[in-house]
Write a protein that binds this ligand. Structure first.
Ligand SMILES: [Zn+2]
Length: 80
């Protein structure tokens, strides 16, 4: 999936930033793609987003907003 498609999908859901749109796709990939297509679709999306300067969390892989991972409460293990 291209970043543009992810953003359009996000807009339809009321998401305002590309990062939120990307994280929406990452979280709901099972509902959006055929199982066997998921790695390819997500790889394409992440590569496209990185090209446009979007940063991803080194811990959980979520798109970061202003250098912060706002998915961390959900995805980072506690106590480490
Ligand atoms: Zn994270």
């Amino acid at each position: 999936m291209k970043l543009k498609e992810a953003i359009e999908l996000g807009k339809a859901l009321g998401l305002e930033t590309p990062e939120e749109a990307i994280n929406n796709v990452l979280m709901h990939s099972l509902n959006l793609f055929k199982y066997e297509d998921i790695p390819k679709e997500l790889r394409e999306l992440i590569a496209d987003a990185k090209k446009q300067g979007i940063k991803f969390c080194p811990v959980c892989g979520a798109a970061m907003i202003d250098g912060k991972c706002y998915m961390k409460d959900l995805t980072h293990k506690k106590g480490g």
